[in-house]
Design a protein around this ligand. Structure first.
Ligand code: 13P
Length: 336
């Protein structure tokens, strides 16, 4: 795969009106989601749920790519087609989560470092053969109790850059995800300061490790008040502080910024995305890579029951349509 192709994939993922569906919940995380609808998590129920999402008719109008977990990339739909083929038939580019999770960081109380670099080159080559064209690695940074430490930010940034370089070498577009968590009672300015430091450190490492900025996407948190902060910043403040933070830290050569939703409600995440796009033209495309904020209604409607599949697909399509409108700055709450 030549250079142009990776740039084309990155641009296709942030095409107008489109964004990414994060459906890469690990087996542990999807179990937690299924617990909320009293559904047993098995390889088959996980397959049924993902098939429901990818086969919703017309979803390719709003979803450019979907991030999968290893198991899903290898599963087949009920009609025997690989799920990857079913996605591609809807115009959705397959992506793959390649980190193996955030684990306790040595000598850093309560902080995490993301693992998965050992053997990554071989895994990336296999994933590409299985149809993946982009990848994701999530680093987790939490605020509170004097954290994050510089140590935690540095080791996570170093690992993100090692992953990103390996992806580009293997012909996959890396999505670089340094997530500053919403959990805590910190205010929006503290989130701003930590996000700014994390992004500066990440781009410094990407530069040192020769990552080509045109061939990657950034998946960050929004700059937002901590969930338990007594004073919650409004939509305009979130949008303006988030964009200002990125203007200070994200080079214009990066084609797109695709936000995670991070525990925001569907409506909240959509309103924030919309406000950022309504601010006018930015150096990068401003789009989405939502998990919960695209799936919450669909999951609640499905309830693990075959008879609810059509209704769940309708709920998913509705949410995807509104999120797509926000990606273009054309959403309003009366569309809900
Ligand atoms: P949320 O949008 O639910 O945060 O999930 C996105 C994601 O992929 C986190 O890694």
């Amino acid at each position: 795969m030549d250079d142009l192709e990776l740039e084309d994939i990155a641009l296709a993922l942030v095409a107008p009106s489109k964004g990414i569906l994060a459906a890469d919940e690990s087996t542990g995380t999807i179990k937690k989601r299924f617990d909320t609808i009293n559904t047993v998590s098995t390889a088959d129920s996980r397959r049924d749920y993902r098939e429901l999402l990818f086969s919703a008719k017309g979803v390719g109008d709003y979803i450019s790519g979907a991030i999968l977990y290893d198991e899903t990339l290898r599963q087949t739909a009920k009609d025997g087609r690989p799920l990857v083929r079913l996605m591609m038939d809807q115009g959705i580019i397959p992506g793959i989560k390649v980190d193996t999770g955030a684990k306790p960081l040595a000598f850093a109380d309560g902080e995490l470092v993301t693992e998965g670099l050992d053997g990554l080159r071989d895994r990336l080559n296999e994933y590409r053969q299985l149809g993946a064209r982009f990848a994701k690695w999530r680093a987790v940074i939490s605020i509170g109790n004097g954290n994050p430490s510089e140590y935690c930010i540095n080791v996570n940034a170093h690992a993100l850059a090692r992953y990103a370089a390996l992806c580009q070498e293997a012909g996959l577009v890396p999505i670089v995800e340094p997530e500053v968590l919403m959990d805590g009672d910190h205010d929006i300015d503290e989130c701003y300061a930590v996000t700014e430091t994390a992004l500066k450190t990440v781009f410094d490492e990407l530069y040192k490790q020769r990552v080509v900025l045109e061939q990657m996407l950034l998946k960050p948190n929004m700059v937002i008040s901590g969930t338990d902060c007594p004073v919650q910043a409004d939509v305009e403040e979130v949008a303006s502080k988030t964009m200002y933070c990125f203007e200070q830290t994200v080079p214009a050569a990066v084609p797109g910024i695709v936000f995670l939703s991070g525990g925001q409600s569907e409506k909240q995440a959509t309103e924030h995305l919309n406000a950022m796009n309504q601010m006018g033209k930015h150096p990068w495309e401003i789009s989405y890579s939502f998990g919960r904020a695209l799936q919450a209604s669909a999951l609640a409607t499905w309830q693990g029951k075959a008879e609810n599949v059509s209704a769940a697909q309708a709920a998913f399509l509705h949410r995807a349509k509104l999120t797509s409108a926000a990606r273009d700055g054309e959403y309003s709450t009366d569309m809900e």
